[in-house]
Design a protein around this ligand. Structure first.
Ligand SMILES: C[S@@+](CC[C@H](N)C(=O)[O-])C[C@H]1O[C@@H](n2cnc3c(N)ncnc32)[C@H](O)[C@@H]1O
Length: 276
């Protein structure tokens, strides 16, 4: 669902008035005048915050970075300078023209593309890293689509969170460019781990996972009865937990989980299936 412009205009006005969103003077000399095309005003992320956001997401060669509402293109251009590829979309044709020029100047036009397009009509399924500097309502409106991305996709947002989807990491910093405080949030898109699982072969291990975003709670039992569970974690498609002193690690692929069980008489391959 697309948020209403009235709500966004109000949020933007509050943010500007309170100084939470501050116009950044670097890179582009544009200052925001409060009028804007689309759902979010143009405010550039300071370059040192851009660098930290890309560090937080560990962007490098092999990554495909998509910036939603890409402004003057700095996120995608900086990522391309690190060897990644990607594209940015922005509704404002002036911003797109600047971005193309900035990519050219940086010598990365072959790896950084820009399109004048509505972010709500953009297919960003290809992203290994998704970046944004939007507004809280917009992040929330995008959230269902973001959660549908390939497990393990990294999502970085400047200044605004995703409601009750707790970030995997959060970085607070004061930009040396603008002297304003910035927050960068990182989420790793989690696999769907919820439900009942039955281990194949061996000790008749069964377990049930309750999942809230990337946070999981796990209950398990085997033929002998309930097991003591600790350290249950989900990171993208990787799951790990300890059951009665044995460490289980694995990767979820649809309704199949495959991995290694450590402990007892050494490492052993291990697999489970989701059951109705
Ligand atoms: C806060 S700026 C962020 C620019 C850039 N991502 C950065 O961090 O420096 C938000 C940008 O989103 C663009 N925008 C707003 N609504 C949009 C929409 N519906 N689709 C595409 N771009 C949009 C604006 O034109 C603006 O350039």
């Amino acid at each position: 669902m697309r948020p209403t412009i009235t709500a966004l205009t109000r949020v933007a006005a509050i943010l500007f008035a309170s100084g939470i969103v501050a116009p950044a003077p670097a890179f582009s000399q544009e200052q925001t005048d409060g009028t804007f095309i689309g759902d979010v005003p143009y405010v550039a992320t300071p370059q040192d915050v851009v660098d930290s956001m890309l560090d937080l997401a560990k962007v490098g060669p092999g990554d495909y970075v998509i910036d939603l509402g890409s402004g003057d293109g700095r996120l995608v251009v900086t990522a391309a300078k690190r060897g990644a590829e990607g594209f940015g979309v922005d509704l404002d044709p002036k911003r797109i023209a600047e971005s193309i020029e900035n990519a050219k100047k940086a010598g990365v036009s072959d790896r950084a593309q820009f399109f004048q397009r509505d972010l709500f009509e953009t297919d960003f399924a290809r992203a290994t890293v998704l970046t944004m500097y939007l507004l809280p309502d917009i992040n929330l409106a995008l959230r269902p689509k973001v959660l549908g991305l390939k497990p393990g996709t990294r999502v970085v947002s400047h200044d605004f969170d995703m409601g009750d989807w707790v970030p995997d990491e959060r970085l607070r910093m004061r930009s040396a460019v603008t002297h304003y405080e910035s927050n960068a949030y990182l989420w790793i898109v989690p696999a769907n781990a919820a439900g009942r699982w039955q281990a194949e072969g061996g000790d008749a291990l069964r377990f049930e996972i309750a999942q809230t975003f990337q946070q999981i709670k796990l209950q398990a039992r085997n033929a002998q009865g309930p097991l003591d569970i600790s350290e249950a974690r989900l990171g993208g498609d990787k799951i790990s937990f300890t059951a009665d002193g044995r460490a289980y690690e694995g990767r979820i692929d649809g309704d199949v989980l495959k991995g290694v069980m450590r402990g007892g008489s050494g490492d052993a391959p291990w697999s489970a299936r989701r059951v109705p």
